[in-house]
Design a protein around this ligand. Sequence first.
Ligand SMILES: [Zn+2]
Length: 225
Amino acid sequence: MIFDPTYFLYVLPALALSLWAQVKVKSTFAKASRTTTSTRWSGAEVAQRILASFGLDRDVRIEETKTKLGDHYDPRNKVLRLSPDVYHGNSAAAFGVAAHEVGHAIQHAKKYPLLVVRNMIVPLAGFGSNASIFLIIIGMLIQSAGLLVFGIILFSTVVLFQIVNLPVEFDASARAKKLLVEQGYLQPAEMPMVNKMLNAAALTYVAATLTSIMTLIYYISVLRR
Ligand SMILES: [Zn+2]
């Protein structure tokens, strides 16, 4: 499909949205990082304190990762990795990102059903994303509908993963916003910045999901030809 211009007709709008969302996340975070909060906490301290309020501070470790905006929660090792600007930062955006990742740790501890489903799909989708491309390219080259169908089925696991991932991400952000105000780390007036930051981050997930849905539709259109 790399050689097929119609592929780009299908995915171009979603890819453009994806790029735009990534730029938006970076610029929103950069802008938001300039304003400090009325507290003396860092993002890591806020994360630590929210974890403690759920009795999770002994279970979940917090580490600094050098990757810019590479913040994530690693459920396998129960590690919350925060990028330098979030780990040391004292902005509403830093708190928002830190609390979002804590949201994932809370989902994990509470066995939030969609997270459980998502984690079950992860290995399947990981295999599917690699194997499907291979099968689909060979299927197109030797014009084998069987290989194409098999490739499409494998690729649907990737789409399924991304669709299930969306509510998991929205839920982590909703938890973050609620906890930051409830536990007094941010004032309601500081929340618009957090909302902007988390909405931009959510848009990257929506765009990635759209890209894979459009790729799937393209594969199916190849099969029909
Ligand atoms: Zn997340």
